[in-house]
Ligand binder design. Structure first.
Ligand SMILES: [Fe+2]
Ligand SMILES: [Fe+2]
Length: 209
């Protein structure tokens, strides 16, 4: 189901958990950004009427995730604050064409890939948290994994409905290949979307989508 071109090194999660406060703060920002992106698509493409209700629901769900992360942060004494934005999404979106209709196809598929990558990383975090004995946060992340997998499928389905399955079959692997290059160029720091990719034969658990 997922077509990510590269998998994350499973040791990424252990490294990320060493900076749990920063990770939670960044996660809160990412959920907020996911909501904003869904809203942007809603406003930018009113001619695709069928997109309006599901994008609205998706944006609302991302804001619920945002609020849930804020509650986790509050319970752990972590303040919400501005952060230096990561470069992942911006670099990924450089692959998007600048004229329509290609731009919409690319934006939908980039959104799908971001959801798919988030899903993979949240699942790795849930596993690492479980091993570290933090069942509360592990359970929280396991719950989010299912939502992000659904969001991946939703964005791919939006693209198929507008552009057809063949167009998606051609373009999605190209965007995934670009995403792999973007990740490889980002330092392996404690970021939700940093580098640190698995070797080809490192059988990392894939996100169930
Ligand atoms: Fe989310
Ligand atoms: Fe999402």
């Amino acid at each position: 189901m997922f077509e990510l071109a590269v998998e994350t090194d499973r040791r990424w999660a252990e490294g990320a958990l060493e900076h749990l406060g920063e990770l939670l703060l960044e996660h809160a920002h990412l959920e907020r950004k996911a909501a904003a992106n869904a809203l942007q698509l809603m406003f930018r493409y009113p001619e695709h009427a069928f997109l309006q209700a599901p994008l609205s629901a998706l944006a609302r769900e991302e804001l619920e995730h945002f609020e849930a992360v804020l509650r986790v942060m509050e319970a752990r004494g972590i303040q919400f604050a501005a952060i230096r934005p990561g470069s992942y999404a911006g670099r990924l979106l450089q692959v998007a064409r600048t004229s329509e209709p290609g731009q919409l196809l690319d934006r939908l598929l980039c959104a799908a890939v971001i959801e798919g990558r988030s899903c993979e990383r949240l699942k790795l975090l849930a596993g690492a948290l479980e091993r570290a004995g933090d069942d509360e946060l592990s359970g929280f992340y396991r719950g989010l994994v299912q939502s992000e997998a659904r969001h991946y499928r939703d964005y791919v389905e939006f693209a198929r409905r507008i552009f057809g399955a063949d167009a998606v079959r051609v373009r999605l692997p190209e965007i995934c290949a670009h995403e792999a290059e973007v990740l490889a160029a980002i330092p392996g720091e404690a970021r939700m979307h940093s580098g640190r990719l698995a070797a080809a034969d490192d059988g990392v658990e894939r996100c169930g989508g």
